[in-house]
Design a protein around this ligand. Structure first.
Ligand code: IMP
Length: 424
């Protein structure tokens, strides 16, 4: 297997966790390169369901080395809890988990600011309130605290003191919040540092060495392309580079070392949080698909908004990620529909948009132009090979392939590993 980046090609929640889990069997290293515990990757193995937020899904395979890259923001409390849960389920992270010394650390003031901004601002983004945006903001402002700082008491003390003064001023003066006491926070994070120390490493160097030895690397994207801070539906995005390019920056690996980009899409579209969604279903269909597809956030439990497949949006993803191959998940959720719509372009004020617009006003008010296809009306959840799919389901997939001008290689019709087959 070459070195692969796997990305979500919609608004996240495409079922990447399951696909990573499948591809991980052929990889040596599985690497998270952006986001934080705002992500939730669900993997079902037999009776067990694992929801991973920070640790790469590859951890469920014995012997795979799992890496949290410098592009990830880490809430140490959440990470240590996740490691402990994995341990109770018999998954040992021991020497198989590595954390970049350069990864930035989420503090309680990041979470509190995230919550307060969502609560008090008129223009809510619908964030996960995990402190993601404020932590990345500090990183770019050059006031962030990194994993390596947690294991150096002097550096931590100095950085935390100056940053906390500023955060407390904002919290108390702008939001009327009590703020945080230095001593308790310093002690708590020093303790996290001691617990994380065995995992902290110069990850870019380790990956460089792995590439030299021809090891196989799998980069696990979190969130999705339309949540990317540059290429998504800004400002209704997350604060990291969820696109394939983020893998290079967020892991310290050069673009010449990436061989392939795989995009994961749902057979329809979902999004959590605020922001434009041109192909969003009407209420009745929304309720039906949400129930059938169990469309509730793996991290926050919020109901996901659902809609028709949007080829205009996915074409944008194919372009900005350089997607070579596509995986379609949750095809089974459409089993009972009599007819299925696919959006190929938008109309706004008499103009047709074939390319995904950057202007939020256009996205919010445009009319999707649909092509309608007949549904297949059969249960696909027990199908184990492409040949056995109903003809109309194949026609649907072929239509997507044509609209996206990209090969669909894998189909998923359920949450279990065995409910996946290649397109032949
Ligand atoms: P944040 O990443 O918590 O700042 O949230 C920003 C936006 O990204 C919100 O609309 C969230 O609902 C969305 N978001 C963040 N992480 C995920 C995810 O893993 N899946 C889907 N949406 C997400």
């Amino acid at each position: 297997m070459p070195n692969i980046v796997l990305v979500g090609a919609q608004w996240g929640d495409e079922g990447k966790g399951k696909i990573i889990d499948i591809l991980a069997s052929r990889a040596d290293y599985v690497i998270r390169y952006q986001g934080g515990n705002n992500a939730g990757h669900t993997v079902v193995i037999g009776e067990d369901e694992f929801v991973l937020h920070l640790v790469p899904s590859g951890i469920l395979h014995k012997k795979k080395i799992c890496v949290i890259g410098n592009g990830v923001v880490i809430d140490p409390k959440a990470l240590l809890e996740e490691i402990a849960i994995l341990k109770t389920k018999g998954v040992d992270t021991g020497s198989r988990l590595l954390i970049s010394d350069k990864a930035h650390i989420i503090f309680p003031y990041h979470k509190r600011l995230d919550e307060l901004r969502e609560l008090k601002n008129k223009n809510r983004l619908g964030t996960t309130k995990r402190g993601i945006g404020p932590c990345y903001a500090d990183k770019v402002a050059r006031t962030g605290i990194r994993a390596v700082d947690l294991i150096n008491a002097d550096v931590l003390k100095e950085k935390l003191k100056s940053v906390l003064d500023e955060k407390n001023a904002i919290l108390t003066k702008i939001y009327g919040d009590p703020g945080y006491a230095f001593d308790a926070l310093f002690g708590e994070y020093l303790d996290y540092g001691a617990k994380m120390k065995p995992y902290i490493a110069d990850v870019a160097r380790i990956l460089h060495e792995a590439i030299r030895k021809k090891k196989r690397l799998l980069f696990e994207g979190a969130q999705g392309t339309l949540l990317d801070v540059d290429h998504g539906t800004y400002p209704f995005v997350t604060s990291s580079s969820a696109t394939a390019g983020g893998a290079c920056i967020g892991a310290g690996v050069g673009p010449t070392k990436i061989d392939k980009v795989v995009g994961v899409v749902k057979a329809y579209t979902t999004r959590v949080g605020e922001g434009p969604f041109p192909t969003e279903f009407p209420e009745d269909l929304m309720a039906r698909i949400r129930k059938k597809g169990r469309e509730f956030g793996a991290t926050t439990g919020r109901p996901r908004r659902c809609g028709w497949f949007d080829a205009c949006l996915v074409n944008h993803s194919v372009m900005v990620n350089g997607i070579d191959e596509i995986v379609v998940t949750k095809l089974d959720v459409l089993d009972e529909l009599k007819s299925i719509k696919v959006c190929a372009s938008y109309k706004y004020e008499g103009r047709t948009y074939k390319n995904f617009p950057s202007d939020i006003e256009v996205l919010e008010n445009c009319e999707p132009v649909y092509k309608e296809l007949p549904g297949w009306g059969e249960d696909t959840t027990r199908i184990t090979s492409y040949g056995k799919l109903p003809k109309k389901a194949k026609d649907y997939l072929k239509r997507l392939e044509k609209l996206l001008n990209t090969k669909i290689v894998l189909i998923s019709v359920g949450s279990e590993r065995k409910q996946t087959f290649k397109v032949e």
